[in-house]
Design a protein around this ligand. Structure first.
Ligand code: 5RP
Length: 228
């Protein structure tokens, strides 16, 4: 069997995912290196099949790419309901719960996912795991009071780190918030943790995406597999 790089696996699932998009749909466009391939493939289909598609983006980065490819866009507030959202993920458990936010876009991603009739995730095989927690859990927090939250998470044993960008500066999200990554190793009760995080003052959103998805396309060296 031909060895495929992680990037090639991302490409095959990105290209496969556009099969779910039908003419007339409002489509949520996720964020990340896997979604980039899906957005490229969608733009090609729109052009070659003259599809009437409205995109709803989840980040400034995806908006920039979609605009450059002439995909018509609307805000989530200006559409009735999103028919289908296609997004990547950082880790997916065997029962289809997920961690997202590796690209710091979790807030808009969750808003768009929560307003979608169907959510579809596209990942390469490395993202699948039995239980969540190997990937650090991103928590988007308001800068004011973020050190207090950091200490609270430390005391709970969550091993927090503030996210930095490539230049070593604190990473600010599209909404000018900060990200605290929790290094949990294993998340045994994701719903309890999600409830705890959601009630902390200063937490804007967390990267646990629970009970949102029922279709995942996983890239394996022998091709994409659809899990439902
Ligand atoms: C961004 C995300 C991405 O979907 C996630 O990080 C996966 O990205 P990639 O496809 O680049 O591996 O949640 O906030």
């Amino acid at each position: 069997m031909k060895m495929m790089s992680q990037d090639e696996l991302k490409k095959i699932v990105g290209e496969k995912a556009v099969d779910w998009i039908k003419d007339g749909m409002t489509v949520g466009l996720g964020t990340g290196s896997t979604v980039k391939y899906m957005v490229e493939a969608l733009a090609k289909r729109i052009q070659s099949e003259h599809l009437n598609i409205t995109g709803v983006v989840t980040s400034d980065a995806t908006a920039k790419q979609a605009r450059a490819l002439n995909i018509p866009l609307k805000s989530v507030d200006d559409v009735d309901m999103i028919d289908l959202t296609i997004d990547g993920a950082d880790e997916i458990s065997s029962d289809f719960q997920g961690i997202k936010g590796g690209g710091a876009a979790l807030l808009f991603e969750k808003i768009v996912a929560s307003n979608s009739r169907k959510n579809l995730w596209i990942v390469d095989q490395s993202k699948m795991s039995e239980k969540l927690g190997k990937f650090p859990l991103p928590v988007e927090v308001i800068p004011y009071g973020s050190k207090k939250l950091f200490s609270k998470f430390s005391k709970k044993g969550y091993a927090p780190t503030f996210r930095h960008d490539d230049t070593g500066q604190l990473k600010y999200t599209d909404s000018n918030n900060l990200i605290i990554d929790l290094h949990l190793k294993e998340i045994t009760h994701p719903h309890d943790l999600a409830a705890y995080l959601a009630e902390q003052v200063g937490v804007v959103e967390h990267g646990l995406f629970l009970d949102l998805v029922n279709t995942v396309i996983v890239g394996y060296p022998d091709g994409p597999k659809v899990l439902e």
